[in-house]
Design a protein around this ligand. Structure first.
Ligand SMILES: Cc1cc2nc3c(=O)[nH]c(=O)nc-3n(C[C@H](O)[C@H](O)[C@H](O)COP(=O)(O)O)c2cc1C
Length: 359
């Protein structure tokens, strides 16, 4: 039905889907000319932010939606199902492709490769009605979108992110993750986040590289030299003010299992590609949402009691600012705005590297 070459072309585009810390938790298998299997994995064993694997499941959904959009460019309709009986830690998604004569290329297709995370300050130009309406409709049925746009609302979010970042930077269990995911002194990284895409100036980057060489240095710096201040100002507070809006995607019903979170990833990627299509850059702000997952599940993620207390307080603050209750399910949180395209970005592993190796 589709040649191997066509399927490889689709996968080559699909791999540009975003994943937390650019972990690309997927491998590809071409099963037949109308069947691709996506073998997912997660990073919960080493990454604190992958709460029960959900951040990875969300990334799987973003990949599956990207694949579906890419297939329309080849005149194919793609749909996926989660294979039953697979463990949560290794879900397999079966993607079926069917010839669809006359199918139009998805309008989001041109943005698959240009979509990129922007962690630096953006312009505060307000969203136009067209941009706001496009973002509100993007995630689709089952989700609603809330905007934090006014100066006062952005300052409230900035305060939330400021306290969130303190937790992130003082949590011993988060330290090995931060150390692992940044590729220092680079502009591009194929399997991590290059230093220049992190969003700090080069002097702060040099200091961070030196300090992050050991947890002892981090602790000393945090305790006696206000070590969390420079990164928090540059990575959290200023960017939270310097944007058009923060955007929260709420789910009508809590995500059920792997598939529910993968559906959330579909919504995320539709929002992100739509933002790109209306001239907006975007940065996910997932850690307050992830800390709230831990807090509301009563799951402790740090040996330090003050970190657990901090996560509980942060969840309360998030709910107060957002005007939603303890049971409200959240799918995605991000900031958007107009700005130049970042000069540094994460790249991807090649399709060859992502192919499931033969057993
Ligand atoms: C589920 C998920 C969570 C993410 N969380 C964050 C986040 O909290 N902060 C951030 O700056 N980027 C976040 N990202 C963005 C990724 O780091 C980014 O997509 C990845 O490094 C690839 O870079 P690219 O999007 O520029 O291609 C997240 C992405 C996904 C899919």
């Amino acid at each position: 039905m589709a040649s191997r070459e066509t399927l490889l072309k689709i996968l080559d585009l699909a791999r540009w889907a975003p994943s937390g810390d650019n972990t690309q938790p997927w491998r590809f298998e071409i099963v037949a000319d109308d069947h691709v299997a996506i073998h997912g994995h997660d990073t919960r064993e080493w990454c604190l932010y992958d709460f029960n694997g959900h951040a990875s499941h969300i990334a799987h959904g973003a990949l599956l939606e990207t694949l579906r959009i890419a297939a329309t460019g080849e005149g194919l309709a793609a749909s996926w199902t989660l294979r039953s009986g697979c463990p949560d830690k290794a879900p397999i998604y079966d993607v079926r492709l069917a010839a669809a004569p006359g199918i139009a290329a998805d309008p989001l297709l041109p943005f698959i490769e240009t979509r990129v995370v922007q962690r630096r300050p953006m312009r505060t130009t307000p969203l136009s009605d067209t941009q706001r309406a496009a973002l509100a409709a993007a995630p689709g049925a089952g989700y609603s979108v809330r905007f934090f746009e006014s100066g006062a609302a952005r300052r409230q979010v900035a305060g939330l992110l400021w306290r969130n970042a303190y937790l992130r930077l003082t949590c011993p269990e988060a330290y090995p993750v931060h150390k692992e995911i940044i590729e220092w002194r680079t502009r591009f990284s194929k399997d991590r986040i290059p230093e220049q895409a992190v969003g700090v100036d080069s002097a702060t980057a040099r200091l961070m590289e030196w300090v992050m060489a050991s947890w002892g240095r981090v602790q000393f710096f945090n305790k006696y030299l206000g070590g969390t201040l420079a990164p928090r100002v540059q990575l959290d507070y200023i960017p939270a003010i310097a944007c058009a809006a923060h955007v929260l995607v709420l789910a009508d019903t809590p995500a059920a299992g792997v598939e529910g979170h993968a559906r959330g990833g579909v919504a995320l990627q539709r929002l992100w590609l739509t933002a790109a299509s209306v001239g907006l850059h975007l940065q996910p702000e997932m850690t307050p949402l992830i800390f709230r997952w831990y807090a509301r599940a009563g799951q402790r993620f740090s040996a330090l009691p003050e970190i657990a207390r901090g996560a509980d307080a942060l969840a309360d603050e998030f709910e107060r600012i957002g005007g939603f209750g303890r049971d409200q399910a959240l799918t995605f949180f991000c900031r958007v705005g107009v700005c130049d395209t970042p000069h540094s970005r994460s790249l991807r592993k090649s399709v060859d590297e992502l192919m499931l190796s033969p057993r």
